[in-house]
Design a protein around this ligand. Sequence first.
Ligand code: ZN
Length: 234
Amino acid sequence: MNELLLAVQSVDTQIDQLTHRLGVLPELVAAKHNRQQLLVWEAEQQRMMTRTAELESQVESAEQQAAELDMHKMRLSGQLRTVIAPREAEALQSEMKTLSERRDALDEQELDAMEELSELEIQMAEHGEQEPALREMMGLGDEALDQVQAEIKAEVETLAARRTELRAELPAEILARYDHLRSNLGVAVAPLIGRRCEGCHMDLSPVEVDIVKAVPEGQLTECPQCTRILVRKA
Ligand SMILES: [Zn+2]
């Protein structure tokens, strides 16, 4: 029975280790990193698309305003041909000059926007070239992660089946004690090696060792310090 308990403990420990490994896989870290890189890439792509749309609407609005200014100026120049009073002509000319200045400023704004747009277009093309490699890396990383996770899960399943077999051979009250200790201490069964309990790494007194040794085969004994089930090594 002692050997059985040790075997159950060993299987449970292996399952614990594999479960822990699932959470700290380098493949998991790599997959998260890949995903993060793609998110950064997408955010930059989005930023450039938003900026492009802003600039395009600036260009459109500048052109519309320029057309309005041109029409206004044409109307004024029509009026200028018909006025006789010099003061009126002067006022019209001054207004036309203001319109021309506004028109120049608009042209400059439009030109700036168009320059930035053409720079953005180059940047977006370069940025777009990175996408396939990023997506491929993420795909490969996810595949590697899936594979190693599947392997570990298969191992855990095999161990769980073995555990079921082993537990079927143990009486219910012993399993209950084992499960209780395991949920409190993680490891429920410890071998006694020499005088030392391998669960808590404390030495038992010679009297305590004698008590443990006096327990007949088939009955359980526990470590006086940590209460784990002690198993004498033959
Ligand atoms: Zn102990």
